[in-house]
Each structure stands twice: as C-alpha cells, then as structure tokens.
Design a protein around this ligand. Structure first.
Ligand SMILES: *[C@@H]1O[C@H](CO)[C@@H](O)[C@H](O)[C@H]1NC(C)=O
Ligand SMILES: *[C@@H]1O[C@H](CO)[C@@H](O)[C@H](O)[C@H]1NC(C)=O
Ligand SMILES: *[C@@H]1O[C@H](CO)[C@@H](O)[C@H](O)[C@H]1NC(C)=O
Ligand SMILES: *[C@@H]1O[C@H](CO)[C@@H](O)[C@H](O)[C@H]1NC(C)=O
Ligand SMILES: *[C@@H]1O[C@H](CO)[C@@H](O)[C@H](O)[C@H]1NC(C)=O
Ligand SMILES: *[C@@H]1O[C@H](CO)[C@@H](O)[C@H](O)[C@H]1NC(C)=O
Ligand SMILES: *[C@@H]1O[C@H](CO)[C@@H](O)[C@H](O)[C@H]1NC(C)=O
Ligand SMILES: *[C@@H]1O[C@H](CO)[C@@H](O)[C@H](O)[C@H]1NC(C)=O
Ligand SMILES: *[C@@H]1O[C@H](CO)[C@@H](O)[C@H](O)[C@H]1NC(C)=O
Ligand SMILES: *[C@@H]1O[C@H](CO)[C@@H](O)[C@H](O)[C@H]1NC(C)=O
Length: 880
C-alpha cells in the first residue's frame, strides 16, 4: 500500500468528513462489525443502508478475520482454553451452521464524472452475498471460494457522506466448498474457516484502470551484461468514448535508487475496450536473485501509472517486486522431477506448511518460521492450498525461501470422478468458474515473485482434463513463467502436463532411520513431495501449555491411547501406537514423563536426520534423489507430531535432527551400507576435505579410527569410507564423523550417531500408505546403563542489536561419552524461551571432548541457561 493509500484508509477509519481520494488510490476496509445472521435483522438490503442500523453492539474485528478469529479477538473464546486438553471438542457448533455478517460504514465522496470505484475481494470463505448501500452487488454464485478474487463496480452507488458495505458469509463445508481444509491434520476449527479471511479493498480509478504488472525476463541462467524485462499490464477503458493515454513507469533496484530505468507507452482504447500492453525494458548489469544458501536476493520494484488527457493520473498499479532468476523443471529418466535454478540443480529440502487453525496471519511469526527453516538448512516451503497473503511472498523473496504451492488435497478440490479416496461433492458446471477465478487471482498474486518455484494443480490427485484446461489457461493468461506440475503424486496425470515426477508413497508415521536407505517406497530416490517418520514431539515447556496432567500421564503410560492433539480424531493419525511401540522396544519402557520425552527426542532426532541425510547422500546417485518435503513443517495448533518445531515455536529433537541432516556441507552415515558420505549442497564450495571417523563403545573405548583426505564439489555427494567393525558392536556404540576444511582450518560438520550391530528390520511387503512395519527393532536399551559423565560448561554473553548472543563451551571431563545433552534457555519460571536459535543441540560429546555452541534469543527479561543429558545431571550454565 502506498503511504497516501494509508492516509485515505485512515480517513475512512476516522469516519472523517469527505476525505480527498484520487484516482489510483486503494484503501483496505480497515475493520468490520461482525455478527451471526441469527442475531441480526433479516432484511440485508435494509441492513446495508448506511446509518439505518445501529451495529455498535456487534463484535469489532480487523480488516481480515475468520469468524472464529474475530470471536477470539473479542474474548468470546480464548485460544489458550480452546487449545488446552480436549476443550475444542466441547465447542457447540450450532451457531457456525448459519451465515455470518460483516458490516462496515465508510465515509466517502461521490466520484466525479470520469472517476470509478470498485470493491475488490481476494477470497471470502466459503461464499458470500455482498451488499452496498442497499443494493446487492455480488451473489454467492460468483463470490465463491477462499481464493475467489473479484472486482465489483460500485461507482454509481457511492454517495458523499456515509456508505455501508455488508457481506454475508455462508457457512463452510470442506466437502462442498473450495475452502481451506485440514483433512486429517488436526481437528477442524468450529467455523471451518468461514469469513472475510483476506482483505477487501476499495479502488478508485479514472477512465482507464491498470492491473498489477506481470514480469517476464529473457534471463536463462547464463551470465550476461544485460537482461530484457518485459512488463505486461492490462488496461481497461471504463467509458463510452475512446480514450488516448500513456502508461509511465520505472524499474528500480531496491537497494540502489540510482539504478532506475524509466519506461513509457502510449495507447488508444476504444469505448469499454481493454488490452494488454507489453513493454520491454533493457536492464544493464542485472543483479541475479538466488535462493538463500546460494547467494544474494537483489530485488527490483516496478511502479507504473496510467494517465490520460494532460498528465491526468487515471490509475496507479500496485508496486510490484520482482527478481531476476530462471527456474526450470523436468522429469528425468527415472520419473523424478528435477528443478534447476539459474543453471544449477536445485535439490529441494522442504517442509509442509500449515496456517494457524483460525487463519490468523502474523508476519513476525512467519519471519521466525522462515528463519528457522533456513537455520535448519531447508530451502523450500510447501504451501498445500494455503496461499496466505501477499506478504508471505514478499518475505520469501527477501529471505531467499523457495515456495512450492498449489491446490490442496482431498475434499472439494479433488472431488474427481476417478478419486475414490475423496468424499467431496463432485464438480458441477459452476465449479469450473469458481476454480478459474481462484487460479486467475492466485496466479496474478504470485506471478512476479522470484521465490515461486512451482504451482501444483493437484496434491494427491491430478485435475481432470477440463479443470486442467481451465487452470492452464488462467496461468497462461497471467503469464506464468514457472513450472506447473499436475500433482504431488504419481497416481495419474492429465495428458497435456504429463507425469508429475513426484512421489507420495509415505511414510507419514514412524519408520526407522534405515528405511530411507533401502531404495523402496519413500526411500531416498526421486522427489518425495510429503513424507517423514511423523515425528515432532514438543518438549516439556510446551506440553504443559496444552496438555492436562492427566493427558501428560496418558502420554507415557498408555502408548496405544488416542491423543486429541495428534491428527484428526477419526484418522489413523490420532494415535502414537506405531511410534510408541518402537520407542518402548528400542529404548526401553519409559520410567516417567521426562524419560519418555528424552527418548522421544532421540527417536525424533534420528528420524529427521536420517531422512535428510539419505536424500542428501543420493543427490547425484545413478537413481538420484531430487528433493524431499518433510511432512510437516509446523502445525495449525499445539500438536504432538508432524512438525519440526512446535506451535509455540520451540525447537526440539526433530528440529536439530533436520538441522544436522540438512547442513550445507556435511558428513553422514548410511545405515545400510555402513558407509560414510560427504554431502555438498552448496553452489561454490569445493576443494580438499578431511573426514575423520571414530567409533567407541559405551565405556568410551575406541573401536575404530579413520582419517580420510578427499575432495568435494558443489551439489554433489560421494561415499568416502566404510565404517569398520559396526557389525561387531556388542550392544551400542557411538560413531562420530567430522568434516574439516584443512585450508580454512574449520570444522564444517560434526555428527554423532548411536548404533547397534543390527539395524531395524523392515517388513516391506506389509507396507501401508502411511508406514512400513518393523518386525525386529534395534536394541538401544544398553544406553540406559551408560555411566554418568561429568560435563563442565562455561558461557560468554554478547549483545547483538536487540537480542542476546551467547557462546557456551562444553567439555566432557570423563572417559565415557556424555550422551544427548539438551541445552535450554528458560525464564524465571523454568519455561523455555522461544524463538531461540541454537547452532546445535542434543549434543553427544566423546570422552574428554570439548566443543562450543552459540545461541541467540531475546534476553531482555531474566533468564537462565541450563543443561541436562541422558547420563548428565541437570545443571545451570549461566544466567542474567
Ligand atoms: C427490505 O428493505 C428494503 C429497504 O428498506 C425494502 O425496500 C424491502 O421491501 C424490504 N424487503 C422485505 C422483504 O421486507
Ligand atoms: C471426534 O471429535 C468429535 C468432535 O469434534 C466428536 O463428535 C467425535 O465423537 C469424535 N470421534 C471420535 C472417534 O472420537
Ligand atoms: C445464494 O444466493 C441465492 C440467491 O440469492 C440463495 O437462494 C441461496 O440460498 C444462497 N446460497 C446460500 C448457500 O445461502
Ligand atoms: C465443516 O465441514 C465438514 C465437512 O468437511 C462438515 O462435516 C461440518 O459439518 C462443517 N462444519 C460446519 C460448522 O459447517
Ligand atoms: C546485451 O548483452 C549481450 C550479451 O552480453 C550483448 O551481446 C548485447 O550487445 C547487449 N545489448 C545491449 C543493448 O547492451
Ligand atoms: C507516474 O509515473 C511517473 C513515471 O514513473 C512518475 O514520474 C510519477 O510520479 C507517477 N505519478 C504518480 C502519481 O505516481
Ligand atoms: C479492443 O482491443 C483489442 C485488443 O485487446 C483489439 O483487438 C480490438 O480491435 C479492440 N476493439 C476495438 C473496437 O477497437
Ligand atoms: C515412468 O512413467 C511412465 C508413465 O507413468 C511409465 O510408463 C514408465 O515405465 C516409468 N519409467 C520408470 C523408469 O519408472
Ligand atoms: C588426519 O590426517 C592428517 C594428515 O594425513 C593430519 O594432518 C591430521 O591431523 C589428521 N587429523 C586427525 C583428526 O586425525
Ligand atoms: C504381514 O504381517 C503378518 C503378521 O502381521 C504376517 O503374518 C505376514 O506374513 C506378513 N506378510 C508378509 C507378506 O510378509
């Protein structure tokens, strides 16, 4: 929004007398009065007349809020309560089965001749009737779907003084409506996400309006001292007479105001006609945009306006940010999708994103989520039909986070005749129009963003031929220049798109670390669009926020009990049975909640590390692994699984396992071949590397030591050694791998495993869509007999802007390993602070070994750093 738009919006908000609005201004309707249609007058025509109805007793909500989000903001519900134990289950849904009304009065001035005003929507869930000053301007057959963006001409209805807009949002049924469902992820919000979840705007123009610019470049990944940027924009004449005019604009490098190039194009438009202008602009010395790990994120901004007559501004296009980069995808000879960015193979290491259960959007929270992702070494976020808001893409552009988006699985979106899994209501005629509007709107929103990797037209199922045509035409209409893929699975595909090259073979529930190395199902080959061992157990500080004492007791005492904070209660993911069976067998029955949690973090760490490492080791194998998306990145509410950090943004075992496994330069262990791999995900790092391999037993006795000199190349991995004597381990051994750069004298990676002579035995033939059973588990129970280790710790504290930075040095002064040291920063009440950025955690130190980690957090209030480990007592390291 422009600064001047904001002023206008404030003018509206203040209900000030006629505020000056000029063509090109956009104002977000700043808030709404919200009420159930059951508690409001029935005559909506009348209710939408200004000043007729007193709605001051209605709930006051912001510019965008689902009904539940609005009611929570008004204190009718508290999310702390709703999220505690199984309280959500008790919410009476009756009121959510009727429509809800959003009403706002606006002080405006009637447009002069030659001026036009539009009401602009970006999606209202699930469908809406819209009224303005006593007239219905949209009906629910058009204004449909969470992504249905439309523009309604309200020029003739506006009066000087008070005006009223009224939206009736109809209740959402995920099986019938194009909404944002949660499938089996979690229980559904009581309102199914109904309401004005995205902004509604007023847009004022003169005779000619201009669309958001769409940006194409001729950059194809080869170095060049210039790039041609093509700016495409739609202009429309709203008058009954022909109009001459000019589009003027600039392209400016965001970090350098002096690098500005102007463009201009004259046009003639017949009465009511519209056209698309294509304007080529040559950019010298283009700065190329890269994903975060590969380089900088230089951005450019296009500004454009259209004027008619004597330099009379008629409309101003939304400022549009773009970056210069080139993305392609292809399906290789093994039916695996390979992405390529700026000429280099881009191996996706991603996570599946969830919005908040009530679709509340918090940019600061998202910034933390993206920072966590980059910290873990991930490079891609998968939004499965959860496109959120434009701010997400601006942020992704700036942070270098690639975005894989597309329509969601199941429910209405995939109610195709050949989809025997979906309970959704099959598509009828009007649904194709709804889908078209959604695709046009989202494509326009996403088109210019350099962070956009791919759009998936389906998730579990591919769209039928007619829907594919609708989607593809809409994408072409919006000059989509990124890959489009039919679905995230291999089940089938529309002819025009061909095979997806993505696999969705599970797992979604617990499998052992060696699963990934056996070349079957979800194993490390091809492109895994959503898969993982299901892990993501929060630590105690978080659990105590949403589980009752009884729930906590159940967690470790009743391994087969249903858990309300797992997947939806009627899905198989409501249980931790598979996971707990493995935990009890591999690590021994828990002796209490703390013991259960420690063992859970070990299981979670093993699981995520192995998945990312396996895909890393196979990135250039003969049957290559081209990408993997962990299922899932985060949760819609406090959850016990399917996440790399919890709802309260506390990282635990699954986070640090991922962070270890997805390191840019790394050394990893292949559980099946007992082999050591050097992994390089970087774009430039190459040269000599030294790998050391150390195997010790539980008493700290050395069983093997290797020191290998090798070399490394960008985006490639290679086997460098086989660990001797693993098969001779008596019970449990510890394997430490380090990777050093001898030139820089740096340790690039340090990675410790706990292993036994045997690996978990998988029963592949009895695999289901969600897991492969284990018939014989490894026995790690000897870990429970580890002798106690002594670890000394010291801390140096630095300040960094408004956060606290500290370095903690740990030294194991004993001759046995110090296993699984969990470091934490807690507040005065012992609750872990979040967000918190640790360079490493859940660390295992070899005898007499010393290492340092760093941590960054908001240390303005009192805090304490502490440590606990499997064979190390609780200890305070420092405080402030
Ligand atoms: C609704 O209100 C409008 C405006 O006051 C009025 O013209 C119309 O007759 C009313 N409709 C019904 C069904 O009462
Ligand atoms: C799941 O929760 C719903 C309420 O959200 C409840 O009506 C239903 O009985 C529960 N089903 C099971 C299998 O527990
Ligand atoms: C949509 O609008 C039509 C016509 O106004 C109305 O009959 C229908 O009940 C509305 N749909 C819903 C879901 O309320
Ligand atoms: C939400 O959608 C589900 C179908 O996915 C439906 O069963 C349920 O009744 C809906 N809830 C409300 C309040 O309409
Ligand atoms: C653009 O770059 C190409 C390749 O570097 C060069 O051949 C061409 O002359 C340049 N064009 C302009 C207008 O600078
Ligand atoms: C319209 O664009 C021209 C050229 O970029 C610029 O000089 C002018 O300030 C713009 N006007 C407005 C109102 O944005
Ligand atoms: C309207 O614009 C289109 C291009 O968008 C053009 O082909 C057509 O001739 C125009 N119509 C008139 C009446 O000028
Ligand atoms: C690739 O997919 C096609 C079509 O589904 C199939 O015919 C072919 O056998 C597959 N090739 C490989 C190597 O799996
Ligand atoms: C590994 O070997 C190199 C020389 O071959 C030596 O310089 C280095 O100190 C050794 N490193 C370790 C950790 O053993
Ligand atoms: C599948 O598991 C069952 C026991 O649960 C076993 O009897 C059967 O042999 C297994 N099937 C295969 C193909 O291994």
């Amino acid at each position: 929004m422009h600064a001047r738009d904001a002023l206008w919006a404030i003018g509206v908000l203040a209900h000030s007398a006629a505020c000056m609005a000029s063509p090109g201004d956009t104002a977000i309707i700043p808030g709404w009065h919200l009420q159930s249609a059951l508690h409001a007058p029935l005559n909506l025509t009348e209710l939408s007349l200004p000043a007729v109805q007193d709605v001051s007793s209605w709930y006051r909500v912001g510019s965008r809020a689902t009904v539940m989000a609005g009611l929570i903001a008004n204190g009718l519900y508290s999310d702390t309560d709703l999220f505690y134990s199984n309280n959500l289950q008790a919410v009476d849904q009756t009121i959510f089965r009727s429509p809800w009304l959003y009403r706002e009065e606006l002080t405006l001035i009637a447009p002069r001749k030659g001026q036009h005003v539009f009401l602009v929507t970006h999606g209202i869930t699930s469908r809406a009737d819209i009224y303005f000053n006593g007239h219905q301007i949209a009906s629910n057959s058009t204004q449909q779907g969470s992504y249905g963006g439309h523009r309604y001409d309200i020029t003739s209805l506006i009066q000087t003084g008070k005006n009223a807009v009224l939206i009736q949002a109809h209740p959402t049924n995920y099986l019938r409506d194009f909404a944002q469902g949660f499938v089996d992820w979690n229980p559904y919000p009581p309102d199914n996400g109904t309401g004005v979840w995205r902004n509604v705007e007023l847009k004022q123009t003169g005779s000619v309006s201009i669309s958001s610019p769409r940006i194409l470049t001729d950059f194809i990944g080869l170095e060049s001292d210039n790039v041609t940027v093509t700016i495409k924009t739609d202009i429309k004449n709203h008058e009954a007479f022909a109009v001459r005019g000019v589009v003027d604009g600039t392209i400016q490098a965001n970090d350098d105001a002096f690098r500005t190039v102007a463009f201009s194009r004259q046009f003639n438009l017949a009465p009511y006609n519209s056209t698309t202008l294509c304007i080529d602009v040559l950019l010298k010395d283009p700065q190329i945009w890269w994903p975060a790990a590969w380089g900088e994120q230089p951005l450019y901004t296009v500004q454009a306006n259209v004027s008619i007559g004597k330099n009379e501004i008629s409309d101003i296009a939304p400022r549009t940010q773009f970056g210069i980069r080139h993305i392609t995808s292809q399906v290789n000879s093994h039916n695996g999708t390979e992405f390529n960015i700026n000429g280099s193979p881009f191996h996706v290491r991603g996570g599946g994103y969830s919005p908040d259960m009530f679709l509340r959007f918090d940019l600061e929270r998202l910034r933390t989520i993206f920072r966590y992702m980059l910290d873990m070494g991930l490079n891609t976020v998968r939004l499965e039909g959860k496109q959120e808001h434009p701010e997400l893409y601006d942020l992704a552009d700036r942070m270098g986070m690639m975005v894989m988006t597309g329509w969601e699985c199941c429910d209405k979106w995939e109610a195709w005749e050949y989809n025997e899994d979906a309970k959704g209501v099959k598509w009828i005629e009007n649904d194709y129009s709804v889908a078209e509007a959604a695709m046009l709107h989202e494509a326009a929103m996403l088109q210019a963003h350099p962070s956009m990797l791919v759009f998936l037209l389906g998730s579990d199922f591919w769209p039928n031929d007619r829907a594919t045509e609708v989607y593809m035409n809409a994408l072409h209409r919006m000059d989509w220049s990124n890959p489009v893929i039919a679905s995230a699975s291999k089940r089938g595909y529309p002819k025009v798109l061909g095979p997806s090259g993505m696999k969705m073979e599970g797992p979604y529930d617990w499998v052992p670390p060696n699963y990934w190395y056996q070349g079957k199902l979800g194993g490390a080959f091809g492109f895994g669009s959503e898969q993982g061992a299901g892990v993501g157990t929060p630590e105690m500080s978080s659990l105590q926020q949403f589980l009752s004492p009884q729930d906590l007791e159940t967690l470790w005492r009743k391994p087969d009990a249903a858990q309300w904070h797992m997947g939806k209660n009627d899905s198989i993911f409501a249980y931790r049975t598979l996971y707990n069976k493995a935990l009890f067998a591999r690590y021994g029955a828990p002796t209490g909640l703390e013991d259960y949690l420690r063992k859970s973090q070990m299981m979670d760490y093993e699981a995520t590390r192995a998945e990312f490492e396996a895909f890393g080791t196979r990135q250039n194998a003969s049957h290559p692994a081209t990408g993997v998306v962990y299922w899932m990145l985060n949760s819609a509410w406090p959850n016990l699984h399917w996440q790399l950090f919890d709802y309260y943004l506390r990282p635990a075992g699954s986070y640090f396992g991922t962070k270890m496994g997805a390191r840019l330069e790394h050394v990893a262990y292949d559980y099946e071949a007992c082999a050591v791999y050097v992994i390089n995900h970087s774009l430039h790092a190459r040269g000599t590397r030294i790998v050391t391999v150390d195997l010790i037993d539980l008493h700290g006795k050395s069983l093997a030591h290797l020191n290998i000199t090798t070399d490394t190349n960008p985006t490639a991995s290679k086997e460098v050694a086989v660990v001797p004597d693993i098969k001779k381990l008596k019970d449990v051994g510890f394997l430490k791998l380090t990777l050093q750069d001898p030139v820089q004298g740096t340790v690039l990676s340090r990675n410790v495993y706990w292993l036994s002579a045997k690996t978990d035995r998988l029963d592949w033939d009895n695999s289901t869509w969600f897991a492969t059973p284990v018939t014989k588990y490894v026995d790690f129970t000897a870990l429970n007999q580890l002798r106690e280790a002594a670890v000394s710790a010291s801390m140096k504290i630095f300040s960094k802007h408004d956060s606290t930075l500290a370095e903690i040095t740990l030294e194991n002064t004993s001759d046995v390993p110090a296993f699984f040291l969990h470091l934490m920063i807690v507040d005065e009440t012992g609750v872990e602070l979040a967000p918190v950025y640790w360079s490493d955690n859940y660390i295992t130190l070899f005898p007499q070994e010393k290492t340092s980690v760093t941590v960054e957090f908001d240390g303005k209030k009192k805090w304490m750093a502490g440590m606990t480990g499997a064979n190390v007592g609780k200890k305070v390291i420092g405080n402030r």
